[in-house]
Design a protein around this ligand. Structure first.
Ligand SMILES: *[C@@H]1O[C@H](CO)[C@@H](O)[C@H](O)[C@H]1NC(C)=O
Length: 590
């Protein structure tokens, strides 16, 4: 017995008790599970194999610049890293987040690691113009590793730290780090995000933070918060508290000012902006019913009207009452409250799915139109809608001290070629949710609009489930697999519609997956959002020229690390056998 203990103490890394397998770098530079005898009886952990087997095999998204990673791997203890030159509390917090990822791995490391930052502007804002590039350099000499992260902005430096965390892989108590690294990296598109709808179903603050964790880990930079809709109004407005009194699902299902400030700060130190959306003038109903009892008249019409099919796209209905001038004071106050809490450089002003029949069957609205000699034709209703659009924009500007932000608007009837003249491309960036083959796409870029891709045929995460207002499949079925999202290349879609000029391609500023939540809730949305949004992250960071198949081993591994190490439980992609032993779990044609 004593003999055995002595042996184990002398050769702690030799084999793993009760495990007959080890890992070895195999064909196509992917790790495979092999009997211990194949590694001379030495147990090589999968994370260590992953780091050594292929340069960048643990990175997601893959860097766009130089990638030089040696195969030498050293064991490290992240808790012992000495981290220098984090001047602001913002960067210190980002460092604490980084260290926290590794807090359960406490085995001593063989290398002493010093991390240095060279960041020009630690207070940088995140906008479409922000430079998110960074350079990461690791060199190891006589058991001392020096890590240098160089960036122009906080966001770039934080991305460098995220890449560093991907070059440190752990198992049991131990972590391993690539010893010789030079990476220079920058995103191909400035806007990379995920939309979460918290109106159809309510999401708790911890769940929202988990979503932001997943964005941050994959260098997505935008959490698009679709915080209100017809179903519920959980955004607490301190100027108009009646909105949540009438609009929240319950007094508990509300986002208070503190909740939002907490989330905005949480996102900021993780390199993520929070984009608020007040959807309007459609998608507004529950929450607006208090106007009459306060003497302001009806703020919304068709609210919860039935049969809904005639007045809106899904139950319950509701649309703003454009005949009521008091509406604009309420909208302005909601803007003011949103501007107090959401401090980012962009704002989403809504704009989708306006239903003319709702207004056309509401006497107050038709009387208003008659009074202004607006005909009750399609053109007339467009004129009415545009009245809202212009006044809402003016109120936003007023609420924001005379300045606009990057204003974002959904594609709609108004962004179709015949009505696009209502919108100014120097003001609006259009979020494109039509199908990839719709004629609006080439027209928008030709007319000078910046475009964010959320084409539903690739990027809607709610598709492919059973219907919720009937039977069979839901409207945008089938399910969009990660492969389809990975291949969502806007250049390809523009070229297919005859736009081959790279100057027009550059009007596409990025993409967002969209988690509409009619059929997703707090306990299950994560599996719909991830890992598919990781696929979007690589599409819009790296803009890979290769197909999804080349990316698959990295994504499968990255997803498993996100689960095991960060508790981000996305949908499972493969049997674990295939994660451990890659190269076989595929059709032969690939
Ligand atoms: C509005 O209703 C009127 C009268 O019912 C009808 O003639 C008109 O076509 C409708 N307008 C639209 C745009 O549907």
């Amino acid at each position: 017995m004593k003999m055995l203990l002595l042996l184990l103490a002398c050769f702690p890394a030799l084999a793993r008790a009760d495990f007959a397998w080890s890992y070895k770098c195999g064909q196509d530079s992917v790790c495979q599970r092999v009997p211990l005898a194949d590694t001379n009886g030495e147990y090589i952990p999968l994370p260590k194999c992953r780091l050594a087997c292929k340069a960048g095999g643990t990175l997601w998204p893959f860097p766009t610049g130089e990638v030089r990673i040696g195969s030498e791997v050293v064991s490290v203890n992240v808790g012992d890293f000495s981290i220098e030159a984090a001047r602001t509390t913002r960067l210190q917090e980002a460092v604490a987040v980084f260290k926290n990822h590794f807090k359960s791995f406490t085995a001593p490391g063989e290398a002493q690691v010093k991390v240095q930052f060279q960041i020009s502007d630690e207070s940088s804002d995140l906008s479409l113009a922000t430079d998110e590039s960074y350079r990461l350099w690791i060199q190891t000499h006589n058991g001392n590793s020096i890590v240098v992260i160089t960036a122009l902005t906080f966001q770039g430096g934080r991305h460098g730290l995220e890449t560093l965390s991907q070059l440190i892989q752990c198992e049991d108590q131990s972590c391993y780090m690539s010893a010789e690294v030079l990476i220079s990296d920058a995103p191909k598109y400035p806007w990379r995000g995920v939309l979460l709808d918290t109106s159809r179903n309510y999401f708790t603050v911890p769940t929202i933070k988990k979503v932001i964790d997943g964005l941050s880990a994959s260098k997505l930079n935008t959490f698009h918060w679709h915080i209100t809709d017809t179903h519920s109004f959980p955004f607490y407005s301190k100027r108009r508290p009646k909105m949540t009194e009438w609009g929240a699902y319950s007094p508990e299902q509300i986002y208070t000012e503190e909740d939002i400030k907490d989330i905005v700060h949480y996102a900021d130190v993780r390199g993520v902006r929070v984009l608020p959306e007040l959807d309007a003038p459609a998608h507004s109903g529950n929450g607006y019913q208090w106007g009459e009892e306060e003497g302001l008249g009806k703020l919304a019409v068709c609210v919860n009207r039935d049969p809904w099919e005639k007045y809106c796209v899904e139950p319950p209905c509701g649309q703003m009452n454009l005949a009521n001038p008091n509406l604009y004071d309420v909208v302005e106050d909601i803007y003011r409250d949103m501007l107090d809490t959401f401090t980012g450089s962009a704002f989403h002003i809504g704009g989708d799915e306006v239903n003319f029949n709702c207004w056309n069957t509401t006497k107050e609205v038709t009387d208003y139109m008659d009074g202004k000699n607006i005909p009750r034709t399609e053109e007339g209703f467009m004129e009415l809608w545009n009245e809202y659009q212009e006044e809402a924009l003016a109120r936003f500007k007023k609420a924001n001290g005379g300045k606009l932000k990057d204003m974002i608007l959904w594609t709609s009837h108004m962004t179709e070629p015949e009505f696009l003249h209502y919108l100014d491309p120097s003001i609006y960036t259009v979020q494109y949710w039509e199908s990839s083959t719709n004629k609006q796409l080439p027209n928008l870029v030709k007319k000078g609009f910046q475009v964010i891709m959320s084409n539903y045929d690739d990027l809607y995460l709610d598709c492919g489930f059973g219907a919720w207002v009937g039977e069979g499949n839901n409207w945008c079925s089938p399910y969009k697999g990660w492969q389809k999202i990975y291949m969502n290349d806007p250049k390809k879609y523009l070229a297919a519609q005859g736009v081959t000029d790279p100057a027009l391609w550059s009007k596409i500023v990025g993409g967002e997956t969209a988690m509409w939540t009619e059929q997703a809730g707090d306990q299950n949305a994560m599996t719909k959002i991830f890992p598919r949004s990781y696929a979007l992250a690589e599409r819009y960071w790296s803009d890979p020229a290769t197909g999804w198949f080349e990316a698959e081993p990295r994504l499968v591994y990255f997803n498993s690390v996100m689960e095991k190490q960060r508790g981000i439980f996305g949908n499972t992609l493969k049997p674990e056998w295939c994660v451990q032993s890659q190269g076989i779990c595929k059709l032969n044609k690939f």
